[in-house]
Design a protein around this ligand. Structure first.
Ligand SMILES: *Cc1c(COP(=O)(O)O)cnc(C)c1O
Length: 386
């Protein structure tokens, strides 16, 4: 068991990267020597590899997951007066891509078990102004994307998957990012496939869509210095592509490690008698989903989430709240005047969620320490109550 004075980080990127250091240095040195810092061969190779990995025809690199989402909506010509259905329980970028284009986000509630967008709520939110649906595959688990695509196709509405946290995930064995008209991936360092800086990618099975995305990511310029559309400048630099190609080779192993860690948490928390409606509610895995565990999110009942988090922090155990303030309650979206009572599960999730350390190189001893510390909190509470 780990000593009482050691700390457990929420995430240790250095430790995860260390075993591959030589591979990174070799790949990065090749880029230095090539002088092709943008548009180098690694960028094309990475696009091909991600397309294969996600089982789609096309992949288009861009500067970030946020840009991927923005580019997808730009390609759909989303504009003022249009509505886009999106969960409120997500990261900001799922929503800012909509409002940046002057369109209106229509927030829908989540399923309480998976934290993912509720297909029934999606169906009910559709109007004649709905121009896109953005399901988010939160924490590494796909939303019920089959049902969402079915509902969308009945109304002829495109689906843009926010797969930023879900590279390698699947639903009914079909990869995240291959279901919608486009899939949006982020390679932010904390994601399952993390770069050493910012990077992102779009996937699409539709050649026209992919071509439009590539055009818009390059200033709408084609041919050189002739602009067909007002695009943006958004690309992966060759250094990031080189790093990501190294990491992609190890992604399968990283996902296996994450799954083992998740199972062990379930086991340890259950064995510790810590699971129950007033204590901890474990994450639910949808039987149709292949979960890649970007996050291990538990619910803390009884209004004790913040106290438990403080207790863990005092003892050097990292945790995080994804997400403490749902999008409909953000100051910048106040003007939308969303009635929070229409999103009860979203509000409950933000009050109860707690994300525990999960990263491939997290040790069993560290996990034990996290669970022991949680157990210590509940024991202290029981003593105080007695
Ligand atoms: C990380 C993330 C993004 C944005 O990705 P960046 O690469 O940081 O721009 C978008 N949506 C979700 C759900 C994310 O987790």
């Amino acid at each position: 068991m780990a000593g009482p004075n050691t700390t457990v980080p929420l995430l240790d990127v250095n430790r995860d990267n260390k075993p591959h250091r030589d591979e990174f240095v070799e790949a990065l040195a090749a880029v230095v020597d090539s002088g092709r810092f943008l548009f180098g061969p690694d960028v094309k190779e990475l696009e091909t590899e991600i397309a294969q990995y996600s089982q789609v025809e096309h992949a288009v690199g861009c500067a970030s997951g946020s840009d991927a989402l923005l580019l997808a909506l730009m390609a759909l010509d989303i504009k003022a007066g249009d509505e886009v259905i999106v969960p409120s329980f997500t990261f900001f970028a799922s929503v800012s891509c909509i409002t940046r284009l002057g369109a209106t986000p229509v927030f829908v509630d989540i399923c309480p078990d998976t934290f993912n967008i509720d297909p029934q709520c999606v169906a009910e939110a559709i109007t004649e102004n709905t121009k896109a649906i953005i399901p988010v595959h939160l924490f590494g688990q796909c939303a019920q994307i089959d049902r969402i695509c079915q509902i969308a196709s009945e109304h002829d509405i495109p689906v843009i998957e926010d797969a930023a946290q879900a590279i390698g995930a699947a639903y009914h064995s079909r990869p995240a990012g291959s279901w919608g008209l486009a899939g949006c991936f982020s390679f932010y360092p904390t994601k399952n496939l993390g770069a050493m800086g910012d990077a992102g990618m779009l996937t699409s099975g539709d050649a026209v869509m992919a071509d439009r995305l590539r055009l818009l990511a390059g200033h709408g310029m084609r041919p050189r210095y002739y602009h067909q559309a007002v695009g943006i400048n958004s690309r992966i630099d060759t250094f990031q592509a080189a790093v990501l190609r190294v990491k992609l080779r190890h992604l399968g192993d990283a996902i296996t490690s994450r799954s083992k860690i998740a199972s062990r948490y379930m086991q340890l928390l259950g064995d510790g008698g810590l699971v129950g409606p007033d204590q901890i509610v474990l994450p639910t895995v949808d039987p149709n989903a292949f979960h890649v565990w970007n996050q291990f999110g538990i619910r803390i009942g009884g209004g004790r989430r913040d106290a438990l988090r403080a207790y863990l922090a005092e003892r050097g155990v990292g945790s995080e709240i994804y997400y403490p303030v749902p999008m409909h309650k953000q100051q910048c979206f106040e003007y939308l005047n969303v009635d929070g009572s229409t999103l009860p599960e979203t509000e409950r999730a933000s009050a109860e969620i707690l994300n525990l350390p999960i990263f491939p190189s997290l040790t069993e001893a560290e996990q034990q320490q996290v669970v022991d510390c949680i157990g210590g909190y509940y024991q202290a509470g029981a003593k105080a109550a007695a």
